[in-house]
Design a binder for this molecule. Structure first.
Ligand code: ADP
Length: 625
């Protein structure tokens, strides 16, 4: 028997793992099963490509068994490639990866205590020392006769000697320490296998003894007769559906997989399966639920995408896998290139992850677009649930803004249901320079705005943006397909509809505007004449840089009570008989009452109560009498 010392870096690593990953020690099983699966992968590959092993035939499987009597043990057995003496020495006596070694060397003592940092490299095999006081590996390399036994207590040394083993593969025997006793248990193991390794491509069998008590038959002491049945049961589904070729998967299978994996009783609206090869190799399978997840608008929503690395489950609790506006997407990302123990902090900056994420967003948005073009009925269902999160994307995902602008939908002053910006553009009047919209209130209120009526009468369609998020988002967008977006309730749109004749008329009524401005004082920023308004006498609008009524309400709610009052502009109609009355009057009280009623009723049309209802009522009474 040869006794050897671990390379110092292994001792360091062991120490590090035991101290920083301890709170999550159950992952050791995932690591060992993943190693077993890798070993089978390797042998399968060699049996196809290697001269010596070509044609080698075996039925891949992983077996897990345990003993409950002390000393409790847990055994993981595979029939993969196996290790000879040299392999055992180099794989389990040193840190095989030079990257890991460098990384480890670069850490300060302080950093070594940070369990997130340690996640960056594969802790792998050594993590089993968190639960085992001794590990025995009996392994035989495929195509070789001798088997070897490696053994260590994880302190500073290990031993290697010759041994016996039937067939190729590795058997890892953990002698469980106090901190690992719980794992010599059928339910515990079944649970962990399902949780972490359900989609490992090879069957994982659990061996256990099932005890029966037969009340019909008694033993010598008159107790129910106890019989023990030895069972071997496959625990994982071993399918990794997403890894199968797309053409071999039935629609039904996709749907069942979704319902089982994401706990939804309803079929998904649709799914998108991508198997990417090339610079980064990965598979994604995304589903769009029929109904938006209940927590979609909670700050602490649960992300819906699970990350796998080579079919090994890594996490389902990472909000960075997709941008937050796509938080309704359910599914799987499985990378071939990430390290198994990649930590969250590292994930966000990881080059591979970033490229998968970017490609996934593009893929999703591209598919949404295709559905919008080819399947309007399905798209309508999609929009009914997810229009709003997509609008968040307009705000937060600048890089994909153009794609998102094709996807979002708005109500319209002239059309039923939702319209796209593209459709709006196709309906624009000759010479129309902007896409007109109104935002800053509820849909019902916006629809009845005198401004909307004015545009409609002149034959212009107006987008009714009544979603509270529209107001925040749309101002930042600016233009769609080189056509500017213009809010009709902002001062910037005042000139839009006027011709030379209108201009002359507006010029002529300037004195009335002056009169009213004097009467209203600092209740308004300005009074402006505009021939846009056809049937109403007046409307309120805001300066281009000022927030809308709705935004002001929102800002107040959010605690901006000492926010300066933002004064509106009062827009008046030069053709209105009410305005003519002011023009023709010298009675200052009358002018003041009429002006303030006009302002208040214009505010009412915006859904805002008069700031002083008593004064409003008094002015109205005065006018009526
Ligand atoms: P990693 O799996 O990240 O490389 P590990 O510490 O888990 O790191 O394992 C180190 C090496 O030991 C593996 O790369 C592999 O070559 C070898 N190994 C571990 N488990 C097995 C096994 N069950 N069968 C064959 N080789 C194994």
């Amino acid at each position: 028997m040869a006794n050897r010392k671990f390379k110092t870096e292994v001792a360091d690593l062991l120490h590090l793992i035991i101290h920083s990953l301890y709170s999550n020690k159950e992952i050791f099983l995932r690591e060992l099963i993943s190693n077993a699966s890798d070993a089978i992968d390797k042998l399968r590959y060699l049996s196809l490509t290697d001269e010596k092993l070509k044609g080698f035939s075996f039925e891949p499987r992983i077996d897990i068994s345990f003993t409950e009597e002390s000393p409790r043990t847990l055994t993981i057995r595979d029939n993969g490639i196996g290790m000879n003496e040299e392999d055992l020495n180099s794989n389990l006596g040193t840190i095989a990866s030079s990257g890991t070694r460098k990384f480890l060397a670069s850490l300060s003592d302080e950093q070594k205590k940070d369990s997130n940092l340690i996640g960056q490299f594969g802790v792998g095999f050594y993590s089993a020392f968190m639960v085992a006081s001794r590990i025995t590996v009996i392994s035989r390399k495929a195509g070789e006769d001798k088997a070897w036994k490696w053994e260590s207590d994880g302190e500073s040394s290990y031993s290697i000697e010759e041994a016996e083993r039937d067939g190729q593969g590795s058997t890892i025997i953990l002698t469980l320490g106090e901190e690992g006793e719980q794992y010599a248990n059928r339910w515990e193991l079944e649970n962990l296998i399902k949780k972490y390794s359900d989609n490992i491509a090879y069957p994982i069998f659990l061996e256990y003894d099932q005890v029966h008590y037969d009340n019909e038959k008694k033993d010598d002491k008159g107790n129910a007769l106890k019989t023990t049945e030895h069972k071997v049961e496959q625990i994982n589904s071993a399918s990794a559906l997403w890894k199968r070729s797309k053409s071999s998967i039935k629609d039904e299978e996709y749907r069942e997989f979704y319902k089982n994996s994401f706990y939804d009783s309803e079929d998904p609206l649709f799914y998108i399966h991508t198997q990417a090869e090339g610079a980064t190799e990965y598979t994604t399978l995304f589903y769009i639920p029929a109904k938006a997840p209940f927590d979609m608008y909670y700050a602490d929503y649960r992300p819906g995408v699970k990350l796998y690395v080579k079919r090994v489950y890594i996490t389902d609790d990472d909000k960075e896998l997709l941008p937050s506006y796509l938080r309704f997407v359910r599914g799987i990302i499985d990378s071939e290139d990430l390290p198994l123990n990649v930590s969250r902090e590292i994930l966000q900056e990881n080059r591979v992850m970033v490229s998968i994420r970017n490609a996934s967003v593009k893929k999703l948005l591209g598919e949404f677009r295709k559905i919008s073009e080819n399947n309007p009925e399905l798209y309508a269902k999609f929009i009914a649930e997810y229009n709003r999160p997509l609008k968040e994307g307009l705000y937060s995902d600048y890089a994909n803004r153009d794609a998102l602008l094709e996807l979002v939908r708005y109500k319209s002053s002239t059309e039923d249901g939702f319209v796209s910006l593209k459709d709006y553009k196709s309906r624009m009047k000759e010479g129309q320079k902007a896409i007109y919209y109104i935002s800053g209130g509820k849909e019902e209120v916006l629809r009845t705005s005198p401004l909307v009526a004015a545009y409609r009468e002149k034959g212009y369609e107006v987008l009714i943006m009544g979603d509270d998020i529209d107001d925040i988002v749309i101002g930042t967008v600016g233009e769609y397909d080189k056509t500017p977006l213009k809010a009709i309730n902002k001062a910037g749109a005042l000139d839009d509809l006027r011709n030379d004749e209108d201009k002359a008329k507006e010029e002529a009524k300037k004195p009335v505007a002056e009169k009213m401005k004097k009467a209203l004082g600092d209740k308004v920023k300005d009074v402006v004449v505009s021939s846009r308004l056809s049937s109403s006498p007046a409307a309120v609008i805001f300066s281009d840089d000022d927030p809308s009524m709705q935004m002001q309400r929102l800002m107040k709610q959010m605690g901006g009570s000492d926010m300066p009052e933002i004064r509106p502009l009062l827009e008046i109609n030069p053709d209105s008989p009410v305005i003519a009355r002011i023009e023709n009057s010298d009675d200052e009280d009358y002018i003041a009452a009429l002006s303030s009623v006009l302002l208040d009723q214009a505010m009412l049309q915006e859904g805002v109560m008069p700031s002083d209802p008593a004064a409003f009522a008094a002015a109205l009474t005065k006018l009526l009498s």
